[in-house]
Design a protein around this ligand. Structure first.
Ligand code: NI
Length: 169
């Protein structure tokens, strides 16, 4: 049995992610969303700001690079550096989610218009090597799902686990 998703399934995942995130976070206040589980882990707002930043500075430009064949080497996305530069701080949950929704809709419209030839086009990443646009779309969906999971775990650890009384270990 072949369980590999089709590219259009992966694009559907990309389209649904902002709604999934919205459903996960809609009960949170801004202070709850900006609470960090510990000093080194991201808050819900920082995770969503990271998704917005990767959309703008990683995925959308990579699609453009591949389609326009503008560059031979695509730079790696360095989340540690961007975090240190404050790229994920300062946003509100509402603003970050709304901007992510708008930008994602734009990206999904572009992806839905790609041909088989477009999907087979490739670029070279400075550390992982050659990748096709299809590889990028699957990686993009995997990145989304990983961060959706991370948001759920932060909500568990920050909002609920501290208040479960005798059920705490
Ligand atoms: Ni990430």
């Amino acid at each position: 049995m072949n369980i590999q998703p089709t590219v259009s399934q992966a694009i559907d995942q990309l389209e649904l992610t902002p709604q999934v995130l919205h459903s996960l976070v809609r009960t949170l206040s801004e202070p709850q969303a900006s609470a960090k589980p510990n000093a080194t882990s991201w808050s819900v707002t920082e995770i969503i700001a990271h998704l917005l930043h990767t959309e703008r500075n990683c995925y959308q430009p990579r699609v453009e690079h591949i389609l326009c064949a503008r560059t031979v080497i695509v730079p790696a996305y360095d989340a540690t550096r961007f975090e240190a530069e404050g790229a994920y701080s300062g946003a509100t949950l509402t603003a970050a989610l709304s901007m992510l929704g708008d930008l994602r809709a734009e990206c999904v419209r572009q992806l839905q218009g790609l041909t088989e030839n477009d999907l087979a086009r490739s670029a070279t990443h400075e550390s992982v090597g050659r990748f096709t646009l299809t590889d990028l779309i699957y990686e993009w969906a995997a990145h989304d799902v990983g961060h959706i999971r991370q948001v759920a775990l932060v909500i568990r650890d920050v909002l609920y686990n501290p208040f479960i009384g005798p059920f705490r270990d």
